[in-house]
Design a protein around this ligand. Sequence first.
Ligand code: FA5
Length: 373
Amino acid sequence: MSAPNSSFDPKQVAPLGEEQVFAMRDEALAAIAAATDLEALKQVRTEHAGDRSPLGLANREIGALPPQAKKDAGMRVGQARGAVNQALAARQAVLEVEAEERMLVTETVDVTLPWDRTPRGARHPITMLSERIADVFVAMGWEVAEGPLVEAEWLNFDALNLGADHPARTMQDTFWTEPAENHVVLRTHTSPVQARTMLTRKPPIYVVCPGRVFRTDEYDATHSPMFHQVEGLVVDEGITMAHLKGSLDHMLQALFGEGVVTRFRPSYFPFTEPSAEMDLVCFVCRGTGLNDDPDAEVPTCRTCRGEGWIELGGCGVVNPRVLTACGVDPERYTGFAFGFGIDRTLMFRHGVEDLRSVFEGDIRFSRAFGTEI
Ligand code: FA5
């Protein structure tokens, strides 16, 4: 029996011979030189310098060689891999510079080109005014509350002490969803947020809620079937009508400035007692009720319909029945609430004569408000 062949194994050394290793190296160097961009070079790196590249596999084989062959092959493969890695680094540096130069050319901005050819957009005036109103109350420490547009009949009406036969429930005023037995409506006012707030929070409550509401109203100069209201609700110990008046006066002054002419008119809402209506003097006829065009077909002011006043909204002291329905102890707590039209407020604040221009989406209307972002 012959001794083990520990110094030479032609089968293993053959693939690591000088010729083969140089061929692998030269092939890798040629591929590196041919790579024209960083992406191609990345591919070359994997193919010629990665673990599964010919040189990578050759490197793995070295461990299995006998000592002298291991030394020779290790040196050859190591030098070849070193040359390939050096060439890769050099080519990478060249291609990076080229890529940067290309980017500088392709991404150059020509500052002499005409600019701003596309008209700038603007936020809708109603959105801006809603936020501005909410800000007045947030600055006093109130929170913003929200509720869904599609609302349970109970929250829109019953919880607010609107009896089953109240006229507002009829098809004339309310959009009902189908099937009717689900008792779901498009909310007709923001007041259900009062009920939702009292049912989910404990007093003291100071919330303001701007949002969209829906009624089957005619679409004319001062009415729309979809419009916007802002609701306010305070529930705390010792709250009176005086707190309501003070809060509203503060808000109206913040929105319209000192000297705004308003009035409180006795009114009725099932959910407040006593109740009042807030009016502002008509901004078109300035309270005269007359059309200032002597040739006009209608002698009365079109905007206020001859009233001299624009109705802004309702308010009052929260009815104890509403407090009870919403789980608040009326012996301990009192509160006030108000709800007014944001669209009408916009008309008054900005001299918009016809409510329809708010909804018709004519950019010329919104643009006038565009800078107030
Ligand atoms: C209410 O909706 C009560 N929820 C307000 C309220 C809240 C009273 C809390 C007391 C306590 P009213 O139906 O009056 O009230 O509507 C309030 C305001 O919404 C009106 O004064 C008006 O400014 C505005 N408004 C009503 N209908 C329309 C409409 N079709 N288009 C535009 N604005 C409208």
